[in-house]
Each structure stands twice: as C-alpha cells, then as structure tokens.
Design a protein around this ligand. Structure first.
Ligand SMILES: *Cc1c(COP(=O)(O)O)cnc(C)c1O
Length: 227
C-alpha cells in the first residue's frame, strides 16, 4: 500500500505543473510494478535493457517504457519494438543505430539527448557543444525513424540545493537555445518539448525549473540495495 500512497503524494505535487511522473522501477520486483500500475501509474523507467524487456513481457501492454540508463548499440534492437522514449542518447552513432533498427520495423522512436550538467565526471552525457553539433549535422536529416523530442539531465548528487537548481536552470536555458536553433533550421525530426530532470532527492526543484518528466524511484519504492 505504501507504493500507492507515495504515488498519490507525488501526483498531488505534480498537479498544476507541466511534469509527468516516470516511476523508476529498476531492480524492483514485478509485484511492485503491478502495485504502481493499479495506482494508475503507467509510465515506467528502467536502466537495463534485459530487465526492461523481461518486465515488458510480463506486464500489461498499455504501459509506457522509458529507457533512462546508458544504452549500448548492440542492445538497441531488443527495445526498439516497444520503447516509448529513450532518455539517454549520448552520441550520433547511437542515434544512427536506433534509426537503423527502427527503420527495419517501420517505427519512429522518440529520443532525448542526455546533456551533462553535473559537476561529477561519473555521469554519461553530451556537452552543449556536442548536442548542437548533432542537431546541426547533415547526417541527422537522413534519420527518418528517430525523433529528438527533448533533453535529459542529471544534477550533481549533493545536498547543495542551490547548486542543483543552477544545474537545472542551465539545462532549461540550453533547451530554449536548442529549440530556437532547431526551429530556425526546420529540422523535421527534431521537435523539442520534453525536459527530463528531477529524481527522488531533487524533483521538487526540477518542477520549479521547468521539468516535464520527473524520474522517481526510491521515493516511491524504497531504497535500492543494488543500482
Ligand atoms: C535510478 C535513476 C533515477 C531514479 O533515482 P531515485 O533517486 O531512486 O529517484 C532517475 N534517473 C536515472 C537516470 C536513474 O538511473
């Protein structure tokens, strides 16, 4: 019952904002996902391909599956048939691999570019310059089976909330810049509308700074003992 209660609490906090909740279900058993589903939470985020595939097979088909963790090119094929949004695109090479697999089954896969905003060097992601390079590249125009719909970022893991807020603001500002660039250039497979930012420890700040997708795991399901 606590899962339902936690989801209800978050939904209340999200009401009136632009943000939707992604329940981050990595490492959690199917029963936990079923409880969330019964609370009408039907967007799940996973960071490992095999785990996401297994859970997708086991659960109702009206669930949206979001891949939020680093994606290896050789795993793309397994998720392309059903994934709703890939948050963690961090190279042109990966975009091409997603496009290649999606074209084979006639799907268009929505993607976010993961931008590096934290002060830690353990996190994946693109610099702002690298993201602009992708958006402006000629190659992008030939990828008809992917669509870039926004940006994702992870703030530094710290209690220093002013710093976290600065990092979210930076992502939002960059989002606006990139949106202007892409609209000016009229790139058909770029339509920036999502900003995926905010986790259990910082989602209230993220909402204030313009997040449209918050990715919340431990606050809903309890601590994970493995990541
Ligand atoms: C695990 C994870 C989350 C959720 O983290 P919590 O702190 O448990 O809410 C969000 N985003 C990404 C990319 C993650 O890997």
């Amino acid at each position: 019952m606590t899962i339902k209660k936690n989801i209800a609490k978050i939904n209340k906090q999200l009401a009136g904002s632009a943000a939707r909740l992604i329940a981050v279900t990595k490492t959690k058993p199917i029963e936990d996902l079923q409880e969330a589903y019964q609370a009408d939470c039907k967007i799940f985020g996973e960071n490992r391909v095999q785990e996401m595939v297994n859970k997708w097979k086991a659960l109702p088909k009206d669930i949206e599956w979001h891949l939020i963790g680093h994606l290896q090119g050789n795993k793309v094929k397994e998720i392309v048939p059903f994934v709703s949004l890939i948050h963690s695109v961090d190279s042109m090479k990966l975009l091409k691999q997603i496009d290649f697999q999606a074209a084979k089954i006639n799907r268009t896969v929505n993607c976010l570019l993961q931008i590096y905003i934290a002060q830690e060097d353990t996190k994946f992601g693109l610099s702002e310059e690298e993201a602009i390079e992708i958006i402006e590249s000629e190659d992008l125009k030939s990828l008809h089976n992917i669509k870039i719909v926004g940006l994702m970022g992870m703030a530094t893991f710290t209690e220093n909330f002013p710093q976290v807020r600065r990092e979210f603001k930076k992502l939002k500002t960059f989002f606006e810049v990139l949106k202007t660039v892409s609209e000016h250039r009229q790139i058909p497979n770029v339509e920036l509308k999502e900003i995926s930012m905010g986790m259990s420890g910082d989602y209230l700040i993220a909402i204030e700074e313009g997040s449209t997708l918050v990715r919340i795991g431990s606050f809903i399901f309890g601590n994970r003992y493995i990541t």
